[in-house]
Design a protein around this ligand. Structure first.
Ligand code: AGP
Length: 609
């Protein structure tokens, strides 16, 4: 993970670098720093606090410069201390910021120690700093090109040297880096968003590229050392930034994003005449979809739970065999590839390293038909797949995924019905019914959001707990999983989810009066079975907190607390049922006073494996 930004200009560039870091905090936020360069050497300010605090420090110190690099970190090698925060120096002559992991850093460190270099941090980054320093003979661009040939692993770097105070050199392999073009000033960044506003145009560097930005312009060399040009695009293509950062009446972005779900879903549902048409996924999707015989879904975290939910829809509606795999497992295990399978990757960011690697792994095994369900049109995942379904959640800032999840579910449901139609399992009447359900969904969600005051009352009790169980069955088991992930991720309460029928096979041993058991209770075919599982909990004194569809007629009684949901919403019920779980996690975390939008140890975009 980590975010990097660099700039060369004829004005004080520090405010631009700090603003860039603020926009890159989604990539990690356990420490940050900025360096500018003068002929006397690089100077830096670093902090183990947030970018807002770094901003205070640079203002107080009147820290300025026309050439600089900056970094927001998600620690991999070395604890999040000031000493390990980037920029990292080599002999007070060179400074570097780095995103990624250098796999051969131990061997390089021994080689550099033998040359007399001292290591003062625990980072793998320091080996790159000393390596470039050792190769520097008056041309930073040349030294970096030579150095990267010795690096194994993933990196995006930005480097400055005191002898070239108007030059920043960048390089990338495995981690993204863009070059930005402004009016007589140039930038590098992990994400175009970081420099939108200062740069007018951006180019994505390709694997192995090294770039030099200076007051004279930009030079890019490919891995073989040839000077190349990379296509540039208007930075507006990467979307604006300003409007999305306004919190409005909300206390946190997560709360705002939960309440944006009706709008996000309505934006994601296609126009009436396009609904369930394969063309939604790409030009020749109909032809390809007709030839597939199974689905393989690859994703991580919340996106994986969207995949688990989709399996029920794909097998029920489209009658197509569907496997769902955690990307970080699939990429390293031996599997039996099926070239007639459609590989579906699900990702909010489209930059998740494990999901991208799993996709490439599937492609390398001969599975050429791929579809990304993704929220970022310009992401690596969208560029790598044959077909795309774009969710229109809008920028999601809170680390905990909310509107990205529910819009993914909408996209996956549309995929299931589209395939069902093509395969002759959905008739016109059923199609009209599904369309009606989809179109009414934003209004139905508003009904669920209105339950917030009741959920706040529960959250005050949950805030005093250290453990919670979540139960669901069938289509709602993945929703229980997602509810538990939301709670643990932002409130730090230990939470586990089980299919309710599994309770008696072990986890029931945990149930006492102190254990809250959150139960997802839709009025579906499994309701009576679920009620029996609830009795198993009550018989052991467990406290049930039940989100029950109105037509289940489950009511509050001793040890059973009930919040009544709207009436059962059929196959799209999971999209309604996840919302109170998001609100419960949000208000519980809020009551515990955690940093809801930036929970400890996490990052929004997980770009390392
Ligand atoms: C969920 O709240 C988390 N932020 C996390 O599990 C996330 O869903 C996962 O890292 C995958 O991210 P992606 O959707 O961007 O690929």
């Amino acid at each position: 993970m980590c975010g990097i930004v660099g700039a060369v200009a004829q004005r004080n560039i520090v405010p631009v670098l700090i603003e860039g870091l603020r926009r890159l905090e989604y990539r990690g936020y356990d420490s940050c720093g900025v360096a500018t360069v003068t002929a006397a050497g690089p100077q830096r300010v670093r902090s183990v606090s947030r970018v807002a605090e770094l901003d205070e420090q640079v203002r107080t110190a009147h820290f300025e410069g026309v050439t600089g690099i900056a970094h927001t970190r998600w620690a991999t090698h070395g604890a999040p201390t000031v000493n390990n925060a980037h920029p990292i120096f080599s002999r007070d002559a060179l400074a570097i910021v780095h995103n990624g992991i250098i796999e051969n850093y131990e061997a390089l460190r021994e080689m550099l120690r033998a040359k007399g270099y001292e290591f003062v941090s625990q980072t793998d980054t320091e080996v790159i700093a000393h390596l470039i320093h050792s190769l520097y003979k008056g041309d930073l661009f040349a030294a970096v090109r030579e150095a990267v040939l010795q690096l194994a692993g993933a990196y995006a770097i930005g480097v400055v040297h005191k002898d070239q105070p108007h030059v920043v050199v960048g390089a990338r392999a495995g981690s993204p880096l863009v070059v930005g073009y402004g009016e007589g000033e140039y930038f590098i960044a992990s994400d175009a968003l970081a420099i939108a506003g200062s740069a007018n145009r951006v180019s994505y560097l390709e694997e192995g590229d090294v770039c030099e930005i200076s007051l004279e312009g930009v030079r890019i060399a490919d891995r073989a050392g040839n000077l190349v040009t990379r296509e540039s695009r208007d930075v507006q293509a990467y979307g604006g930034y300003g409007d999305t950062v306004d919190l409005g009446p909300y206390r946190h972005y997560m709360q705002k994003e939960i309440f944006e779900q009706p709008r996000a879903i309505s934006d994601t549902i296609p126009a009436l005449d396009e609904a369930f048409d394969p063309v939604l996924f790409g030009e020749n999707a109909a032809e390809v979809f007709e030839g597939i015989d199974s689905i393989l879904i690859l994703a991580c975290g919340t996106s994986y739970y969207a995949g688990l939910t989709a399996k029920y829809w794909l097998e029920t509606v489209a009658k197509i065999r569907t496997d769902v795999e955690i990307a970080s497992e699939y990429r390293y295990r031996e599997s039996v590839p099926n070239p007639r399978s459609l590989v579906v990757t699900i990702s909010q960011s489209g930059e998740t390293a494990d999901t991208l690697a799993a996709l490439k792994h599937a492609q390398s095994l001969g599975m050429e038909h791929t579809l990304a369900v993704c929220n970022v049109a310009t992401s690596a995942m969208v560029r790598l797949t044959e077909f795309t379904f774009l969710t229109h959640a809008g920028r999601e800032i809170g680390v905990a995924s909310t509107k990205a999840f529910t819009t993914q579910l909408v996209g996956l449901f549309i995929l299931a019905v589209t395939l069902g139609k093509l395969r002759g399992h959905v008739n016109a009447e059923q199609e009209a019914g599904y369309l009606k359900l989809l179109r009414h969904l934003p209004a139905a969600l508003n009904g669920v959001l209105a339950l917030e005051p009741q959920i706040i009352a529960w959250s005050e009790e949950f805030a005093r707990k250290e453990n919670a169980l979540f139960l669901g069955r069938g289509l709602h088991y993945p929703i229980a999983l997602e509810g538990a992930l939301k709670l643990k991720e932002i409130s730090y309460i230990h939470a586990e989810a089980y299919p309710a029928g599994e309770l008696k096979h072990g986890p029931l041993a945990l149930v006492t009066e102190a254990m809250p058991v959150v139960t997802v209770a839709p009025n579906d075919a499994l309701l009576e079975k679920l009620k029996s599982n609830m009795q198993e909990v009550r018989a052991r004194g467990g406290q049930l907190y039940v989100f029950a569809d109105a037509d289940t007629h489950i009511t509050s009684e001793e040890g059973i607390h009930v919040i009544r949901m709207p009436e059962h919403y059929g196959l799209l019920s999971p999209i309604l049922h996840v919302v109170p779980l998001q609100l419960l996690a949000y208000h519980t975390a809020s009551a515990r006073g955690t940093d809801v939008d930036k929970p400890r140890n996490l990052a929004k975009s997980v770009t390392v494996e």
